[in-house]
Design a protein around this ligand. Structure first.
Ligand SMILES: Nc1ncnc2c1ncn2[C@@H]1O[C@H](COP(=O)(O)OP(=O)(O)OP(=O)(O)O)[C@@H](O)[C@H]1O
Ligand SMILES: [Mg+2]
Length: 562
């Protein structure tokens, strides 16, 4: 019968000597304390089970078993069995033909174990009753008689795992009165607690490792990641997010999102109330402010964060600086625009040139039939000059278009740069200052065309300094690696920079200066830069311009090295 059903604190059995019983009880209590002490320092499941086994084996008096529910929850598996002597163990294994450690007890077949696990009862039974149940037939008797189990008793009590029965603790001894039940239950509680803490520790370690893995991923992400609260104050930023904005992560905590991102954009995009009106997530190209007040274009996505109950608690922002990509896209657009214009301009220039030839030829003929000094002679000469200027223009247009073929040959780029610049500035009040190393890479190019490109840049520089000044021309070897942001392939280039001290180019014009016919000069045709651009592009290179108003303009020409 179940100990719980009979009531706690039952009397000693008839004929049992009270003093002996008391001593026995004290022994068990002391033993329990010893096991508890051994368990409290054990970290994992194997250590806990090992300690239980060691204490029982070392007691020489008690046998202890821990049986844990298998995954199917219908069988018990032996986790600890301290059958006191190895002789006994060997005999048992021989008789049953089973290794004890692999032995399974079916809860459907064993009433005793079934009661402990399925009804959470604590039982006080004779060992021979258990053997009868586990090994039906004559073999049970043989085992019980041989191993002296007929005299021994076992107390079986549940092992608790997360509030439900997860196994059975069984303690066996020759003398084990029912009065020992509370101590055995205590012992089972210690073991349950130690097993549960061990498994919680394992789970905690797993969870910690998962969190460490996730936070390392977020920390090391090349995309900027930030979290802000509902007042849009930043509560977390990763290194990339801080780096892109020119801050350290600590500096950014507590900053408002509007310090780095204009409120206007937020309202336009996410609704009148800004991100707090977001239903789920939003993503767009945005303009951000760096610490030094410069701006950059980013691709930003914002996700509304909610707590367990679905209440909004903040926002998660992921951004990527796409300035480089935007520049590339714009350069590509410009190149495509110039290419189609080139085809058009080339066609017109060709026909126009033919017409001019006829006009110039006829003017010459008309002049030949006149006497010098005649009034019409002067008028025709003016017309002829104008025609020749027009022919110069069509020549520029032809170079700009694809029509003009390139004769590539190895050139001494250093000499070419000097000669072109000097002849462009001939007779002007502008000086030229060169910084060109001797070991420039060799370049294969059309001498005439490159000279024209340099010439156009230097003339622009001169025109930008009507009061005089210095054009600074530098050349250097550069190696463009991955992600250099220019619309040319990676590799070795000669980079020539033409910088003046003029007024500079207003920001709004900077994107247009390479467009054919864009000019701000009263007598300009707006072809100089588009021609230079077309020439350099034809050579597999690139021209870019930079300028701050009032600080002159600088043009960088990249020509591929041989
Ligand atoms: N060094 C410079 N400083 C300031 N503005 C410049 C400079 N170079 C070019 N620009 C601007 O770019 C425009 C276009 O230059 P581009 O050389 O194509 O044409 P242009 O000089 O106006 O005429 P063209 O060269 O055909 O005589 C100029 O009108 C000017 O506004
Ligand atoms: Mg020009």
């Amino acid at each position: 019968m179940s100990y719980d059903e009979k009531g706690k604190g039952g009397a000693a059995g008839p004929g049992q000597d009270q003093d002996k019983l008391n001593t026995e009880l004290i022994n068990i209590i002391q033993f329990s304390e010893k096991v508890a002490t051994a368990l409290c320092r054990k970290m994992d499941r194997a250590e806990v089970l090992g300690a239980v086994e060691k204490e029982f084996t070392g007691s020489g008096k008690y046998t202890g078993s821990v049986l844990l529910l298998a995954e199917d929850r219908d069988n018990l598996e032996i986790a600890v069995s301290s059958v006191s002597s190895s002789d006994k163990k060997g005999f048992l294994e021989k008789m049953t033909g089973n290794s004890l450690s692999k032995y399974k007890i079916s809860l459907d077949k064993s009433k005793i174990y079934g009661k402990v696990v399925r009804e959470a009862q604590t039982l006080h039974v004779k060992v021979s009753d258990i053997i009868d149940e586990l090994y039906p037939g004559p073999i049970a008797k043989l085992i019980s008689v041989t191993l002296g189990y007929e005299k021994e008793v076992t107390i079986l009590t549940p092992i608790w795992v997360r509030g439900s029965v997860g196994g059975v603790f069984a303690m066996t001894a020759p003398v084990l009165a029912e009065l020992a039940v509370p101590s055995v239950k205590n012992l089972a509680a210690y073991i349950s607690f130690a097993l549960e803490s061990a498994s919680q520790r394992v789970e905690q370690e797993k969870a910690d490792a998962e969190i460490r893995k996730l936070s390392a991923a977020v920390e090391q992400s090349i995309d900027g990641i930030a979290i802000c609260d509902m007042e849009c104050a930043l509560t977390y930023v990763n290194n990339a997010f801080a780096g892109i904005h020119g801050y350290s992560p600590d500096e950014m905590i507590g900053m408002k999102a509007t310090d780095i991102y204009s409120e206007e954009q937020t309202k336009n995009a996410a609704g009148r109330g800004g991100f707090n009106e977001l239903q789920r997530c939003w993503g767009e190209e945005t303009t951000h402010y760096r610490k030094d007040k410069t701006t950059f274009t980013a691709l930003m996505s914002v996700t509304l964060l909610k707590d367990k109950n679905g209440n909004p608690i903040g926002h998660l922002a992921v951004i990527r600086d796409i300035t480089e990509r935007k520049t590339m896209e714009e350069e590509l657009k410009k190149a495509q625009k110039l290419e189609s214009l080139g085809i058009l301009a080339g066609g017109i220039a060709h026909n126009f040139n033919n017409i001019l030839t006829v006009v110039v030829g006829n003017i010459s003929l008309a002049k030949m039939n006149m006497r010098a000094g005649e009034e019409a002679y002067e008028t025709l000469s003016t017309a002829e000059k104008a025609c020749l200027r027009a022919r110069g223009l069509t020549q520029q247009l032809l170079t700009f278009s694809k029509g003009d073929s390139t004769i590539a040959e190895p050139i001494d780029i250093a000499v070419l740069i000097r000669d072109s610049a000097v002849s462009a500035l001939n007779g002007s009040g502008v000086k030229c200052d060169f910084s060109i190393p001797d070991d420039l890479y060799s370049v294969s190019a059309d001498k005439g065309q490159i000279s024209q490109a340099i010439n156009n840049l230097v003339i622009n520089a001169e025109q930008a300094m009507p009061e005089g000044g210095t054009v600074r021309i530098t050349a250097e070897n550069v190696e463009l690696g991955q992600g250099h942001g220019l619309p040319i392939s990676s590799g070795k280039y000669v980079k020539t920079t033409v910088k003046d001290q003029g007024e500079g180019i207003p920001k709004e014009n900077l994107a247009k200066i390479f467009d054919p016919f864009f000019t701000t000069r009263p007598k300009g045709s707006g072809l100089g830069l588009s021609v230079a651009f077309a020439i350099v592009k034809k050579h597999g290179g690139h021209i870019s311009a930079e300028s701050a108003l009032g600080d002159g303009a600088a043009f960088h020409v990249y020509l591929p090295a041989m």
